[in-house]
Design a protein around this ligand. Sequence first.
Ligand SMILES: [Zn+2]
Length: 103
Amino acid sequence: MFCKHKDPIPKNDQSDVYKITCGDCGAIYRYIGGTGRQLKIRIREYFDAFHDNCPMKSAFAAHLTKYGNCVEKATVSLLHTETIKNGSRALETSEIEKHTQSS
Ligand SMILES: [Zn+2]
């Protein structure tokens, strides 16, 4: 007798994609992180990277440092969860919208 198991995608192969919007200038960063940890913890890592004055950890923290923007104003939202097939699951940030200067 067939036992029809679902074939769930292992959590290790999925990554959540977050959008982080700078509250000061509106720059948007995309942040890919693995599932399994709460969003708040993820974001705290960002803030920690900022507060530790270690912007290399985080493109967004680097942005805050570079432009002197306020981390407390940043907003974070979950865009979607995507499956990673071959790529590394290392934390990754990428700027998806250029910082725009208004002057
Ligand atoms: Zn900014």
